[in-house]
Design a binder for this molecule. Structure first.
Ligand code: FAD
Length: 534
């Protein structure tokens, strides 16, 4: 069966859902089909539910940024709301602090969103540790200020790498908005990495302060202080100061309203539909999908633009037939080859019930737990733990749900490794929280591969480095070989700005802008369709 559509979005992850929401706000949803291979939306930022009483776990991402009134996520969420959608300020909740734990050194450092860094331990800090933390406080304050202008620019939805005169004009306009002092320092900052800035502040490797910054960077830029370009690193580090948020109902509460709004405005959302082939057609692109329950195939002829929320390596590894002229695209060829060599990271996750503690009050808990020297090599990386507020979900009384994730190599994990890692991480969590874990289950890269349909369970984008940042980023647009009216737009965390829910949303919005020639600014703030009660 062949259907025609003006726009097709593949993948209901952060980027695909952001794009779908923009189409809804622009009253274009009836011309859009959104295909998702999984039963639930969200992808790497998704969720799943278990048991009775029902417990909902976030599968990967748990922390959001830019949710303050008037900031990017809030704008995206609140324009053209779904009928049953509550006001956004009721949905998003600031995370007041993140605690960083070193069980081996018997200490914890609390990073507060007001910029204070607080020592927490039965023992007092040594003089050197105390100095290190004051340096960290200064460094966080500086990076917060430094990143402010970058965050301003991100809200203008930049399109990198520029692929048309309009994109170049846009990039120049954005540069024009940068404070004059930054215009001068930009070329220097562009080539600096985070490690050099840390050294300027006296923060050296193997110190608590360095560990904290490196841990934040792994989570935000997927990269180390040596590799993270300073401009991106400052944004990653600044998330604590700028405000870190969570969704009161977890990521389910984030994605469902975005999709409801799309569907209520006439968009077609089809879960269980895996795209298995993408080829060029004289009238546009021909996309073939398979229903995972019935096995039925469907063909979609896309006339205006196809937005692909897939990593370059997945597209390169088989979605486009080898003989298709698209494979001859020079930029695509270069990036396919690079992507094939890229060793992306995988996630190892642990989901559990944790014994509730009266002193936690009714506030969510966020922790980063550093490894001990005796942990296996593969686990020599921080573990991110998030626990929602008590009143947030229907948990069995006396317990809260817990999601813990860390970066591992994206490859098979043997049964023996899985069981050792589970024990090591449970011990790490129990010691830091001084609380019991129950009903613990784990997810390996193979689980994520099934969940997100990404090759080898690779999640996250290409780790950030100067050679793939901004002007040198992977392509986000491929031209149709003969039909210039039809576009193929790549979205998600492999393309600029990538990395994290807000950045992927920007990539989705940028693709919407490229597909329609409308701007985000022009569609936000107005009420459309159901929001107007029409
Ligand atoms: C463990 C972990 C923790 C993280 N923590 C945070 C955090 O706290 N804060 C934050 O901002 N970011 C975090 N991130 C990063 C963030 O989750 C991702 O950057 C973002 O969700 C990626 O979105 P995406 O749209 O690019 O891709 P994805 O989320 O992978 O979405 C792609 C979608 O496409 C679907 N799909 C794939 N192939 C096909 C196909 N052939 N046909 C149809 N559909 C298909 C998938 O099922 C999926 O739904 C975390 C990531 C992980 C893995």
């Amino acid at each position: 069966m062949r259907k025609q559509t003006s726009f097709l979005i593949v993948g209901a992850g952060a980027a695909g859902c952001a794009a779908a929401k923009c189409f809804a706000a622009a009253r274009l949803a009836p011309e859009v089909v959104l295909l998702e291979q999984h039963s639930e939306p969200g992808g790497s930022a998704g969720y799943f539910s278990r048991g009775g009483p029902r417990r909902t776990f976030d599968a990967g991402a748990t922390q959001l940024i830019e949710c303050q009134s008037g900031q990017l996520q809030e704008l995206l969420y609140s324009m053209c709301p779904a009928k049953d959608q509550k006001a956004s300020w009721e949905l998003f909740e600031p995370i007041p602090q993140i605690s960083q734990h070193w069980n081996e050194q018997n200490c914890a450092v609390i990073l507060r969103s007001d910029g204070r860094v607080i020592w927490s331990s039965q023992r007092s800090a040594t003089e050197e540790e105390e100095k290190d933390l004051r340096r960290l406080e200064k460094f966080l304050a500086m990076s917060g200020k430094e990143a402010d202008w970058m965050w301003q620019l991100l809200k203008e939805i930049p399109r990198f790498p520029p692929q048309s005169w309009a994109d170049i004009k846009r990039a120049l306009e954005l540069f024009g908005k940068v404070p004059w002092i930054k215009k001068i320092s930009f070329p220097v900052l562009f080539f600096l990495n985070a490690e050099k800035m840390l050294r300027l502040y006296g923060i050296r490797p193997n110190s608590l302060a360095y560990d904290v910054v490196a841990g934040l960077l792994v989570d935000t830029t997927q990269s180390s202080p040596q590799k993270s370009p300073w401009l991106a690193a400052a944004m990653g580090i600044s998330i604590i100061r700028r405000g870190l948020f969570r969704c009161r109902k977890g990521m389910r509460g984030y994605f469902r309203p975005l999709l409801s709004s799309f569907e209520q405005n006439g968009g077609v959302y089809t879960p269980h539909s895996q795209v298995i082939r993408l080829e060029t057609h004289p009238d546009g692109f021909l996309v073939t999908s398979r229903d995972s329950r019935s096995g039925e195939l469907a063909e979609h002829l896309v006339r205006s633009a196809a937005l692909l929320n897939l990593t370059i390596w997945d597209i390169a590894s088989g979605l486009i037939p080898p003989e298709d002229p698209l494979n001859k695209n020079k930029v695509f060829k270069t990036w396919s080859a690079r992507a094939a060599q890229n060793k992306g990271w995988g996630a190892f996750a642990l989901y559990a019930l944790v014994e509730d503690k009266p002193e936690w009050d009714d506030v969510p808990q966020y922790l980063q737990l550093f490894p001990s020297s005796t942990d296996p090599q593969a686990l020599q990386t921080p573990l991110y733990v998030s626990i929602p507020a008590r009143s947030d979900q229907a948990n069995p009384s006396g317990f809260r749900v817990l999601t813990a994730t860390l970066h591992v190599a994206a490859e098979d994990v043997s049964e023996q490794e899985r069981s050792t890692w589970k024990q090591v991480l449970m011990a790490r969590i129990s010691a830091a929280l001084n609380a019991r874990l129950e009903s613990v289950e784990t997810a390996t890269p193979a689980t994520f591969a099934r969940y997100t349909a990404r090759k080898n369970g690779q999640v996250g984008g290409i780790p950030l480095a100067l050679k793939n940042f901004m002007f040198f980023a992977p392509p986000s647009q491929l031209t149709h070989p003969t039909n210039k009216k039809c576009k193929l737009l790549l979205i998600g965390d492999t393309v600029f700005p990538g990395q994290g829910v807000v950045a992927c949303s920007v990539s989705g919005i940028a693709a919407f802008e490229r597909a329609t020639n409308l701007t985000f600014q022009s569609i936000q703030g107005k009420t459309f369709g159901l929001a107007n009660g029409q």
